[in-house]
Structure formats: C-alpha cells, structure tokens
Design a protein around this ligand. Sequence first.
Ligand SMILES: [Zn+2]
Length: 295
Amino acid sequence: MRLFDLHCDTVTTCIKNSQHLAKNTLHLDLERGARYEAWGQVFALFVPDTLQGEAAWQYYKQALQFYRQELAAAPNVHPVLAVENGTLLCGQPERVAELAADGVRILTLTWNGQNALGFGAACDPAPGLTPAGRESVRMCWRHGILPDVSHLNEAGVWEVDALCAAAKAAGQDARYIASHSCCAALHPHRRNLSDAQCRALFAAGGLLGLNLYPEFLGGAGDAADVARHLEHLLALGGAKHTALGSDFDGCTLHESLAGIEKMTALRDFLEADGCTPNPEDFFFVNACNFLGNML
Ligand SMILES: [Zn+2]
C-alpha cells in the first residue's frame, strides 16, 4: 500500500514528550511508516497560540532544527514541511520568504485563536484575515508555499478563496488546501467546512485532507465515519481533491485508527464498504499529484 498523509503533529509532540521520530510510542514513527511501499508525509511544526511575536519565531526555529536532525537519515519517507499557525510571522509577511528558504511548503494561517494574520475557528463571529494576513497569503504564492485554511474561521476561508481567484486571474499559479478538516454538513463543528466551502476549494483546484479526529467526524469516529465523510466529499466533486489528513499526534483518535500502521485496515474497510471507487486516490494519488513537485 502507498500512503500520503497531509497532516501530523508528530514533530512537536516528540519535542514535548522527549521522544524521537525514528521510534516512539506516539501515532507515527519512521519505523512503522516504513511498512508502506511509498510514503509521503506532511510534518507540521505546530506553534501554539500562547506563543506570540519573536518567541513564536524562536520556537519554530528550534522545532525546525529538531525536524532536520530527526529526518536526516530517513530514506523511507518523502517529507513535506509545514508550519501550523502563522503567529510565527510576527505580522511581517516578508518572513514568508525565509520560511520558503527553510523548506516550508505549507502554512496553516491561524490556529483556533487570533493571531496577527487573522481569526481562527474559535473566534466567530469575527472578520477573516487582517491586511498582514492577506499579504502573507500573496507572499505564500510568490514563494511556492500553499496557504492552509484548516483552523481559519468562516470569513477567513472565503477570503483565501477570493484571493486565490484574484491571483489566478492575474496569471499566478495559486492554490490552497485544507490540510485536516471534515464536513460540517455531516457533523457541525467550527473546524469543519461547509459544503459551499468544499465545493469552492475543489473548484479552485485545491486539496482537502480528511481528519480522523472523532470530534470532527462525529459518531464513534471510526472507519465507518471516515467512509461517511469520504462518500460525501466525493458527491461534492472531490474525487480528485480529497486525501488523508490524519492529524496523528495532534488529537486523540479512535483506537482502531490510532496509528499510522492502522491505515492498511482503514483502506481495507473503505474498499469493502465501496464508499469510494478508488481508495488509492484518497490514500496516495491525489496528494502525490498535488504535492509531488514539492518533494
Ligand atoms: Zn490542527
């Protein structure tokens, strides 16, 4: 089986728990990932909302150093570097250029709270992005970084979509993603996307990573709930725009899905369930096509 996952918090969780990427007791390590024939993994460096200004930037730099050390000899994974929470930019969009030089390919603009770029999902009702947030999104496209709308509030998601349309109209190669979210139509939650937002993301050529977190999936948060969301996303036109966005080590998962080694069983379930004609698209092909040029 081939696997490409759009979101995990394993790096910063390792730092917090004094563990290592090579082998650990968390949801994901390099040893367990090596069982896959091909493995692409987005590693998010999660910066908490409690860190603002230079403290956030310094924390990011430390996490980056750990990430580089831990992945220096890891031939079995194709890593993609992400930063979760634009608070680290200190409201200075020009710092996006340094992120790009560091190898960052995805920037989740906010976490659930407010930062200098905009308002997160916990802030509604609120405006979306700040002027620095809008400029940071444009800078992302200029520097080959994908803005990630997971965690943004309602208005912010629509603003990124409008900025994307404007950039495309100006001839730029602009795309955005929602790296780890689910469908609000199936389970209303501030972190989930409405059908209109999913359709807009797909129409913009974007990619949605389906989160495995039970609080976003609803129900027990097991494979049957993943199947429900996936089927819904396919009905919205997301067959080529939906991937796995596990949220490994960023949340508590249903026991049957709590580990990278359990994705084989999830795939078997989705295949037997018939919710998708092509599980390979969801688990690997769509993300690989989308991010392949960033590996
Ligand atoms: Zn997150």
